[in-house]
Design a protein around this ligand. Structure first.
Ligand code: OXD
Length: 309
């Protein structure tokens, strides 16, 4: 089969080399190959430009080289071709590690000591809460969110979840749906948002959402920047000096140099690194799905294309 690879990763050469090794009996093309794009059957992409997608007129399947698929669904030339996104246990373990690091940073007040160190100041010890004293609200309980929630629960945190639609699989912690979001927000000490970018999640974290949170809440966003109204958060931080945010995703990435988040002492900015795409395990995952498709000549999208995730 003819495969097209396009990615914007810093390690994309290494990634491509591994793809070539794994798919050794197939032809792999990139933007550096001067070919007619209508010969391509399968695309492995991260942030593919629309002008390329437009020319992939015989495409049968698209693999997203990340967890999210908004980078495909938002392309004007995308036409309901099955999409398979990476569901990689290594990716969700990394996501969990990132979330835990941000929770502990806040819970143990480690930033205060870091700031004091910058001034060579020996701070008095500060009282810190135990895991069992903290309620963590996980917003979005998909492949990654449900894993993060379960792991946090296994560490004794009180976990609650929020989902838009009722889940068939039973969760071992309370899950709130649709209109019960207020109870979910008011009960949480920490919110972890792992929402995909869809029309329903756009700006969901706005002034009304933030006002329902505790005044000293920590908001962690590792889903998509579009779910947070950044201006509303800036206003909220001005009024609530004990409110904290740890943001890994933004409306515009890279975050603009002049953005107020950079210098806000209550905001931790990380550059969309909560989980890098793991070269080996993600290629193994893609290859298994690819082989299925090659043998059966068809595959079901593992994305709800109409819902956007
Ligand atoms: C993503 C990813 O979808 O990094 O954001 O995989």
């Amino acid at each position: 089969m003819n495969i097209y690879f396009y990615a914007t990763f810093s390690n994309q050469d290494e990634f491509l080399a591994s793809v070539k090794k794994k798919f050794k009996s197939h032809k792999i093309f990139t933007k550096n190959d001067n070919i007619k794009l209508d010969i391509i059957d399968v695309a492995l992409v991260w942030k593919l430009p629309n002008k390329i997608l437009k020319k992939l007129t015989n495409l049968k399947i698209i693999f997203s080289l990340g967890a999210g698929v908004d980078h495909i669904l938002n392309l004007p030339s995308y036409q309901k071709i099955p999409i398979i996104r990476i569901k990689d246990p290594n990716m969700r373990s990394r996501m969990f590690n990132h979330v835990l690091s941000q929770i502990l940073n806040y819970q143990l007040k480690l930033n205060d000591y870091r700031l004091a160190q910058n001034k060579q100041k020996w701070l008095d010890e500060k009282y810190t809460l135990l895991n069992k004293d903290l309620t963590i609200g996980v917003l979005g309980l998909g492949y990654i969110g449900s894993f993060v929630a379960k792991k946090l629960q296994s560490l004794d945190y009180k976990v609650i979840g929020y989902k838009n639609s009722r889940n068939k699989s039973k969760m071992l912690f309370p899950v709130y749906y649709k209109n019960s979001i207020s109870t979910f927000l008011r009960s949480s000490d920490i919110i972890v948002s792992i929402l995909p970018a869809t029309p329903n999640t756009k700006n969901i974290i706005n002034t009304s959402f933030l006002n329902q949170l505790k005044k000293n809440c920590l908001l962690i966003n590792i889903g998509r920047g579009s779910s947070l109204n950044e201006d509303d958060l800036i206003k909220h931080l001005k009024k609530n000096k004990n409110f904290f945010a740890s943001l890994d995703v933004f409306i515009k990435e890279p975050l603009l140099k002049k953005h107020q988040f950079w210098k806000n002492p209550n905001v931790t900015v990380t550059p969309h690194i909560a989980a890098v795409t793991d070269v080996d395990s993600s290629i193994d995952y893609i290859f298994t799905k690819f082989e299925y498709f090659r043998k059966k000549r068809k595959i079901k999208s593992d994305v709800f294309i109409n819902r956007g995730y």
